[in-house]
Design a protein around this ligand. Structure first.
Ligand code: PEP
Length: 250
């Protein structure tokens, strides 16, 4: 049995004051969760979110990680900084990073190796563009992204990685993949993991769906056998919506 994991991706939203309000509202609402609950907050909110969630069932994550330990990398945040601030998870290779900040499979791989080296739990995002889905390239794209991300990652390390399958055309658009589309592609991604690491790692790996998951569509998606949770953007910014999603993941 894989324990579901629901992770909020706040993206570039919520100042420290707003973070305090949202986390404070969220804490009692997700207290009895049967899944792992994570909030991936902006860098400037990590220490505060960690302090507010101390001793609770909410873990705090970052949205990116530098591939180097330290040094001349203006604008980057190191693994040690994230850990010391209180993060335990980190999103790597989100499609917005790939689209706007030049993230490639190679840089995703370097960031993943760094996260694993320092004990942060990675959530690696993969997914196809609309033109790629329409061109029948979904599986090819997901395979390339998974193989690229996991280069040099051992089976033991891979077992601790969460993959988020996020069709790019479904992110922030209100268009969700159908339950069957999401399940089918996640099943395919699991088969790629099996080729790389064998059945045990593949069967144990948690693979989330992400892309306009919300309080209304979560039940159908979570009922699919391959879907082990969600990476939630927009709906993670409201405590009520996020807690309904969390309650549906059991
Ligand atoms: C995301 O940012 O990973 C995401 C899935 O966003 P949204 O839920 O808003 O589509």
């Amino acid at each position: 049995m894989r324990k579901p994991i629901i992770a909020g991706n706040w993206k570039m939203n919520k100042t420290a004051a707003e973070c305090r309000a949202l986390v404070t509202e969220l804490l009692p609402k997700v207290k009895g969760a049967k899944c792992d609950v994570v909030v991936c907050v902006p860098f400037t909110d990590i220490a505060l979110a960690a302090e507010l969630t101390k001793g609770s069932n909410i873990a705090v994550g970052a949205q990116n990680i530098a591939w180097a330990d330290s040094g001349a990398f203006t604008g980057e945040i190191s693994a040690a900084m994230l850990v010391e601030a209180g993060a335990s998870y980190v999103i790597i290779g989100h499609s917005e990073r790939r689209q706007y900040f030049g993230e490639t499979d190679k840089s995703v791989n370097a960031r993943l190796l760094q996260a694993l080296k320092t004990g942060l739990k990675p959530i690696v995002c993969v997914g196809e563009l609309l033109a790629e889905r329409e061109g029948g390239l979904t599986e090819k794209v997901c395979r390339t992204q998974v193989v690229g991300a996991f280069e040099g990652v051992s089976a033991e390390q891979a077992a601790g990685v969460v993959i988020a399958y996020e069709p790019v055309w479904a992110i922030g658009t209100g268009k969700t993949a159908t339950d069957e589309q999401a399940n089918e592609t996640i099943g395919y991604i699991r088969s790629v993991v099996k080729e790389l690491y064998g059945e045990k790692v593949a069967n144990g790996m948690r693979i989330q769906y992400g892309g306009s998951m919300n309080a209304k569509n979560v039940a159908g998606l979570m009922a699919q056998p391959e879907i082990d949770g969600g990476l939630i953007g927009g709906a993670s910014l409201k405590a009520e919506d996020f807690s309904i999603i969390v309650a549906a993941a059991k």
